[in-house]
Design a protein around this ligand. Structure first.
Ligand SMILES: [Zn+2]
Length: 385
């Protein structure tokens, strides 16, 4: 099937990456980054390691054409979430059964990294002339906000000049044109503690927290976008804590909110909406501190007419023989940062099955990795004429 690179080579590369336990936190990607850089060096493609913070090592590889031209950026994250305990196979074994490779990160998203790295090598072996440059970023820190991964590299101006990008997050080879945004907000309510035998002498922070939660439940999203599923933004209470012991009126209640956003919503719109909700709850007896966490993703959506979308669509048709599905991603990706920091139209397209991300016994169908590699090799030539 693949003309310039053997399936066994792509499979072995994926397996080598999966065998590295790059669990985040702490998110140590050093060994995994070394494997990727070595693979490029062996194939005489320039690759550099960037040690950003406490073992968060990013890889940047470059393959340059004969003349100047467009720049294609390929992006994927090496870090994975913790596997948990219920696995029936070794989460870092990369075992293969019935055409599927099992392991944490097979789907999200080391198979995506392997497909694009192998495609760069395959494209080089094809000796096809091209103009411009392919830059591959394999990053860490994605599962915890990308501060030392993609965001760091863009701030260092790496890949910032790209004309288009592909992020190989799991999409089951569906073309995804953007993702919803996300803010996490911590609310801290301070009342007054006192003996629970005389509750009227205190101010019960948990009771005020309950009042606030009631107000949050009246939230009605203002924006609807049918390109997204779900098509409405959301505001959910995801964590709550408070109180010190059974016989003390609590002076503290902490509530965490998860706010999913659609294009058109920003930090400012989210905060002004929240402040209206808080006002409506009449909480003047307590103080409320509002803190937005430093990890954030902005919503984004690119047009189907973008060259990166059209090219991958045509290569998909050529390799697979039918039209691809087109949609968007409900979860957040580094595509947000590429789009908002770098102004780069970023397509999400990868071999993993999105429903298996962060799941027990995660796997990837090997065939999907080989197809993604073929589609990329075909698309490189068309994008970088
Ligand atoms: Zn991911």
């Amino acid at each position: 099937m693949t003309r310039y690179i053997k399936e066994s080579e792509i499979c072995e590369l994926t397996q080598a990456l999966v065998k590295q336990p790059t669990v985040n936190p702490p998110g140590d990607t050093k060994e995994c980054a070394n494997i990727i850089a070595d693979y490029f060096h062996k194939n005489r493609i320039e690759a550099e390691l960037l040690d950003c913070k406490n073992g968060i090592v990013n890889v940047v590889a470059k393959y340059t054409g004969t003349k100047s031209g467009k720049t294609l950026l390929l992006n994927g994250h090496m870090d994975v979430v913790a596997p948990g305990k219920e696995w029936t196979v070794d989460p870092f074994g990369g075992e293969i059964q019935d055409g599927k490779m099992y392991g944490r990160g097979t789907c999200d998203m080391k198979s995506g990294i392997a497909a694009m790295a192998a495609a760069m090598v395959g494209f080089k072996r094809s000796k096809k002339k091209f103009n411009g440059e392919i830059i591959l970023m394999a990053v860490g820190d994605e599962e915890t906000g990308s501060q030392f991964g993609t965001r760091y590299l863009l701030e260092q101006k790496i890949g910032l000049n790209a004309d288009f990008a592909i992020v190989t997050e799991p999409t089951d080879l569906k073309l995804e044109l953007g993702n919803r945004g996300l803010r996490w907000i911590d609310l801290s309510i301070t009342g007054k503690a006192c003996h629970a035998g005389r509750p009227h002498l205190g101010i019960n922070a948990i009771e005020y927290g309950a009042r606030l939660i009631d107000a949050i439940r009246t939230f009605k999203p203002k924006i609807r976008n049918d390109k997204f599923e779900p098509s409405l933004s959301s505001l959910s209470v995801t964590q709550i804590s408070g109180g010190t012991q059974a016989n003390v009126i609590p002076n503290q209640c902490r509530i965490t909110l998860d706010r999913r956003m659609l294009p058109g919503e920003t930090t400012e719109t989210v905060m002004s909406e929240l402040s209206n909700i808080i006002d409506s709850a009449a909480l003047s007896d307590v103080t409320i501190d509002i803190e937005m966490r430093p990890n954030f993703w902005d919503p984004y959506l690119i047009s189907e007419s973008e060259p990166i979308v059209q090219t991958i669509k045509n290569s998909y048709k050529k390799i697979i023989g039918k039209n691809p599905l087109i949609g968007t991603k409900p979860a957040c990706t580094d595509g947000s940062h590429l789009f908002h920091i770098g102004k780069i139209p970023a397509l999400l397209f990868g071999p993993g099955l999105p429903a298996l991300s962060h799941q027990v016994n995660e796997y990837v169908p090997l065939r999907n990795i080989y197809l993604a590699t073929d589609i990329f090799i075909d698309a490189f030539e068309k994008l970088l004429r």
